[in-house]
Design a binder for this molecule. Structure first.
Ligand code: ZN
Length: 214
């Protein structure tokens, strides 16, 4: 498996392309590309590596994670995979964006709802879904056991956690999500977050100042 990280839009959001090096199938997680230069950058990578986009997924629908949904969906003819309850987050992002002069762009009308009972397949890799609310109403995280890695969206960061002061955010819910879901994963699990550097579950268990294990 190969992982390519782009940091896009004024919020410094991490957009991920995850692919199987043999089949070249790829999944695009939270495309945050918001102008033509960023759209060109992600497409140039896909073309240069001869990737076949098979999945477009959102960990949650805050504005910085969905700005490129429309572009990726229309360019690669992909439906958007998201948690059903994130529809209201998307609606809110749209209103919020208008207020601040940021467009969320045309969102894909073709949507497939996923939850903790779903599995995502990218070539020979499977991703299990964890339901990890608290930063947004229905944030989800993607875990690949074969590679022991996790895409945590804005739930768990390197030495941080997501904001919980946004609509439907809740600190108690967020820390419970981390403790009861993400912290059950092996210590060596590599964590790729929606912002900032990657980390591991073991490092965060020892050092994350926001999640008290005692
Ligand atoms: Zn967010």
């Amino acid at each position: 498996m190969k992982i390519k990280i782009f940091t896009f839009n004024p919020f410094g959001e991490n957009t991920y392309i995850v692919y199987d090096e043999i089949t070249l199938e790829c999944m695009i997680i939270d495309p945050g590309c918001y102008n033509q230069a960023e759209e060109n950058e992600i497409s140039a990578y896909i073309t240069a590596h001869q990737l076949k986009p098979v999945l477009l997924v959102n960990t949650h629908c805050h504005i910085d994670h969905i700005m490129g949904n429309g572009y990726i969906s229309s360019t690669y003819k992909l439906p958007l995979h998201l948690h059903k309850d994130e529809e209201q987050t998307m609606q809110h992002s749209s209103g919020w964006g208008k207020m601040y002069g940021l467009e969320i762009g045309l969102q894909p009308t073709d949507r497939i709802y996923i939850d903790e009972t779903s599995t995502l397949n990218v070539g020979s890799y499977q991703f299990k879904i964890f339901f990890t609310p608290g930063h947004s109403i229905a944030s989800i995280s993607f875990y690949c056991k074969q590679m022991n890695l996790l895409f945590s969206g804005d739930v768990l960061f390197n030495l941080g956690i997501g904001r919980y002061d946004l609509p439907w955010g809740n600190l108690e819910t967020l820390t419970q999500s981390i403790k009861t879901q993400l912290y059950t994963l092996p210590d060596e699990t590599k964590v790729f977050a929606g912002h900032g550097d990657s980390t591991t579950i073991g490092f965060e268990k020892l050092n994350n100042p926001y999640v008290n294990l005692r």
